[in-house]
Design a protein around this ligand. Structure first.
Ligand SMILES: Nc1ncnc2c1ncn2[C@@H]1O[C@H](COP(=O)(O)OP(=O)(O)O)[C@@H](O)[C@H]1O
Ligand SMILES: [Mg+2]
Length: 236
């Protein structure tokens, strides 16, 4: 098991947002947590990255208890996040943004080959490498946020609602890259998404999160045909 969350309770001051969530991600899997706006998806992902404290429960990564570990330590262990809304540095160029993904990594000797790998995945970033990130479209910023996480060659990629605000054609494209990274490059991915249809299409397994509680879990294909899921998330 690469990642295991056990009975996570996460609160903002005295208001609890996640009420005891348990889930796991096996090495090599692509897993989604799907849920409506406000369900607690970002809260969970930020807690996994160490950016939001956990009130109760445990997070284990490669068998180690990392519940209290700061973000940079988790990053050093190969966990990276693509945060909600991309959060690129607006005043840095595309290339500079990508390079921030290597911050604190010492022995990176193959920067050129990593960059050409990134530019193959996201050709638009190659074309715009000298442009300030603030001049990019929302979709391009999302691609940049993924690139910044990828350049460190993570073992586990956490992706927060990358489809938000993107045109359907672009959602498809970005999800296709995530699928490729998972299937062909053995990258383990945990997605949180409101876009159930797109995320179930590329996932092995998924969890349904409703106001801080995991109410359903299973194979993505099975969930896609679940009447409750279809009604609530697939508009059918
Ligand atoms: N910084 C915060 N302070 C207080 N409450 C918050 C904060 N961030 C999120 N919440 C609350 O926690 C709940 C879950 O939010 P969030 O994790 O952002 O959901 P999602 O990502 O699924 O849309 C919501 O009720 C939200 O209002
Ligand atoms: Mg969110």
């Amino acid at each position: 098991m690469l990642l295991e969350a056990e009975n996570l309770r996460i609160a903002y001051r005295d208001i609890e947002a996640v009420h005891g969530a348990s889930f796991h991600v096996e090495e090599g899997e692509l897993v989604s947590i799907i849920g409506a706006n406000g369900a607690g998806k970002t809260t969970i992902l930020n807690a996994l990255m160490g950016m939001t404290p956990v009130k109760e429960g445990a997070v284990r990564y490669r068998g180690l208890d990392i519940t209290g570990l700061p973000s940079h330590k988790r990053a050093g262990m190969g966990i990276r996040i693509v945060p909600e809304g991309a959060r690129v540095f607006p005043q840095l160029t595309v290339l500079e943004n990508i390079m921030t993904g290597l911050y604190r990594l010492r022995k990176v000797t193959d920067v050129p080959s990593r960059l050409s790998w990134i530019y193959e995945l996201f050709p638009v970033l190659d074309e715009r490498s000298r442009q300030l990130a603030q001049t990019l479209s929302g979709g391009e910023q999302q691609q940049l946020a993924i690139a910044r996480a990828l350049v460190s060659k993570p073992r586990l990629l956490l992706v927060d609602e990358v489809s938000m605000g993107l045109m359907p054609i672009l959602v498809e494209k970005v999800f296709e890259v995530l699928r490729y990274l998972n299937r062909e490059e053995d990258l383990t991915i945990l997605l949180v998404e409101q876009n159930a249809l797109a995320s179930l299409a590329i996932s092995n397994r998924a969890y349904v999160l409703e106001t801080g509680v995991i109410t359903l879990e299973g194979e993505a294909q099975t969930l896609k045909s679940d009447p409750g899921v279809r009604k609530a998330y697939l508009g059918a």
